[in-house]
Design a protein around this ligand. Sequence first.
Ligand code: HEM
Length: 506
Amino acid sequence: MDNLKLALSSVATVCFLLWARREYSERKISSIPAVGASGIWAYYTGGWRYLFRAPEMVEEGCRKYRGRVFRVPRLFRWDFIISGSTLVQEAVTAPENVLSLAAANRDSLQIDLTMGPDISRNPFHIDAVRTKVTRNLSRCFPGIRDEISSAFDELLALDENDGKLVTVLPLMMQVAARTTNHLFVGLPICRNQDYLNLVVQYTIDVALRAQLISLLPSFLQPILGPFISSRNQSIRQGIKHLGPLIEYRIEQEKQHGPDWPGKPNDYISWLLESVDVLDEKTVSALVSRILATNMAAIHTTSSVFTYALFDLTAYPTYVTALRQEAEQAVEEFGWTKTALNKMHKIDSFLRESQRMHDNGPVAMSRQVLDPMGFKFSDESVIPYGSILNIASRAEHFSPANYDHPDVFDGFRFSKKREDREHTSGGGLFNQHMISTGVDHLAFGHKLHACPGRFLAATELKAMLAHLVVHYDLRAEIEGVRPPDDVFGIVIVPNRRGKLWFRKRQY
Ligand code: HEM
């Protein structure tokens, strides 16, 4: 009987302590308004609702609390969301040791288990993208252009006159994977179907398996996580394709020094130049970085391009102007990076499509690492350890940022650039596809702005110019844009959406 009493009082004490802790943390955030939940079971009822109705709940929060912080329930915690240029600017300029992108990714993608702890501990692959990839774009452009041209040619496999109805997203995934890997690992591997399947599937494996691991209690994650993660298998497959090539490069470097004669100009070489820890100069470490960079590059680029083609076929009147612009630039400069720089309308069309279509209503997650929490200028404090998101869509559709924000205006940004050129004789540099701002967050902004955006913009512009010059496109059903696919907070272009492709007839 005494034992039973002891057990009951222990349980009661634990419950009380948990309740007190919850009350204490709830009190600290009570001044921050909550959306879609109230009462003692708020986490659970609201959390389930958020799983299925996240876009509506974020929209409701942005409507009611624009320019402020609000919170949304997840199953076991609150997440915080901000909108409005002042708070966005404060978040994107906060240092990494205060608001951390790496920690947020470690949490949401279970990076240590799914991709390996070194990816966030020593991100030299990001430096290689930021510096070497960007600097080499002009020099490597002929390869990018060839790959785009042959990828469309082979994958569409069109007769001279007949059209074909094609599912767009999987096609664009292949084109983006081939083009990006032409730069990363070169021919012939960038056309090897088994390798392409690996780099496309890697992102899906990491994201899905991270979700499964997150469902486990935290003490079980390091024990069972390695069995759920497919990391070792992916690395093994990557080594099968890239191992001999990377070994050869490392050997050449050992024998002849870092600038050995005939050294290829590709991402493998740039990674070897950027690696600063000797332990990481190994085949498996480099394969892991190549997979991680593919993960950042392929699904993003193919989604943006699929959205853009759905826009082009929904508003076909843009085709003539885009075609003329591309032909004129190519006639003058050939298929070069210089020609792409002249394609302001194509640049603007893609930027507008990015403004209106995204991968969800929030982006740019950060975890608060300052033990004191993160304090905004309006005095709201987000507690240590919590996750902060930016309501990027609210900024893209805010009348404070754009005239008629709900209207697709493909030349919105090129018109501004041209107006400026006419009036002041100088260009307007914040309206380019690669320009980021608190009003345009498709590539993030400030500290962690996407370092791959220069490559992405080069590929996307070259792909769009190539398609309008060489193909006729039309919607499957005239005037109907395939609706987006929504998975909780994540939105992707319709995976079954089809378009008609035909070789250009006149
Ligand atoms: C249209 C295609 C792309 C889009 C829309 C996109 C978008 C983004 C966004 C929104 C971020 C996060 C910014 C933040 O949280 O503050 C990001 C980060 C990143 N992106 Fe991209 N990206 C694209 C293509 C690429 C490509 C092609 C590469 C690589 C070659 C790349 C590499 C990265 C890396 C390494 C980061 C992390 C940066 C950091 O941790 O500081 N991205 N990207």
